[in-house]
Design a protein around this ligand. Sequence first.
Ligand code: C2O
Ligand code: CU
Ligand code: CU
Length: 489
Amino acid sequence: MKLLTFIKISFGFAWCLVMLFSCNGHMNMDMGGTVSARNVTEQTFSNPLAVPAVLDGTNATLAAKSGTAILGSRITVNALGYGGAAILGPTIRLQQGAQFNLTFSNNLSEATNLHWHGLEVPAKQDGYPSDLTQPGGTFVYQFTIKNRPGTYWYHPHPDMATARQAYRGLAGFFLVSSPEEEALGLPSGAFDVPLVVQDKRLDGGLVYDPNTNDRSIGMFGETVLVNGTAGAMLEVATRTYRLRLLNGSNARIYNFALSTGAKFQLIGTDGGLIGAAKEISTVLLAPAERADVLVNFGNLTVGTELYLQSNAFDGTESQGKQFFKILKFKVVHQVTDDSNMPTALMPVEKIPESQSVTTRSFDIGHMMQHGNGMNNMIMHTINGKTFDANRRDELVKAGTVEIWEFDNTKGTETHPMHLHAGSFQVLSRTGGRGLIEPWEYGWKDTVLAFPGEKVRIIVRFPDLKGKFVFHCHNLEHEDGGMMLNYEIQ
Ligand code: C2O
Ligand code: CU
Ligand code: CU
């Protein structure tokens, strides 16, 4: 019995070696979801957290370029950044209703564009995957800010290069506010901190070189960066902070929590503030999802150290098993908290299901294999199709309401599904978790479907005529073709 097991293991091991040497990393070719993500390596959390510069986008310029980024002590990599930053880009801050006007210059050696994730902008301004600015070129982005006050972001969106460009550093926050929001008296200035969390693979620098497994489950790194800082530490005062959490990773899901187990207040989701603060102790964010939270350090004594961490969760074979720390908070100042804890934030008007004119169903649980052996390519599909800029997959009418369902019942991987051109509401989730999470009740533009789940959303299409995309925001899946077109007419 024991001998037999030994033989089996040896045989399995030998077989792996054969595969490894003959195909170099192309094992498990059709086993999406059964491969494990790379684990996170614990940092020392001694590097001061970088906070991106703020850019007023009413009349701005922004250039993308490559340069040398310092991610922490002794970690220097070649990365991409916007607006003079060596990695990431400035936080664009604008008022609702303002006119956005930005001249973008492409100082990279490859074509790129900008997508305003979560914002309702005309099709020609949205960074459609084939609307590109060539190296040395410029493009003027111009639109009115229609969105509610909240946490949005921007990143490149070229077909089959989004994952690489975002991974190498291109992304930034886009924060919208309004006089109504300011009147709420939420923590502001230095107490309103955007936090973009991203995992990177730093052996050999910040190189984007996914193997077949990475293309299948997504690119996972062992080093977690917050605002581009590895092992980040933030000194805080004994008061309430507004933390704007953005999962800017290519594929990793985080189950955010505080190491003290303390509860915090959820005040906003992808599409802005919610009706009233909600007390939670964890928030699970897939790539591209955001959560606006209030964290109170007021009852802690100076000298206390605590962490923002990711708790293990019931995920898939590929991720969820590991607990790891993300960011250290160090309480250094004793102050009196002058921030307000409003009971009402901003009403979220529910879209009635009865207004829906049609239901569209999207099967997101299937993969396609192209080629075989060494040239094997895994394509994730939506309704069996992969992206084609010249095909119109869905046609919708401006102003109408529809229900879309993302069906991952037969799938083995997690898919955060994202729609361009505005926000939606989550109606239901059946299978898997079987519920709508507390952080999914506000406006959303990305919703996570675990294997076995079917998620229904309701959306009112804005009065923006043109062609937009919807896709999985696991960026390896997106670049692998898990993206379709829809036209608003
Ligand atoms: Cu944040 Cu189409 O993407
Ligand atoms: Cu988007
Ligand atoms: Cu996916």
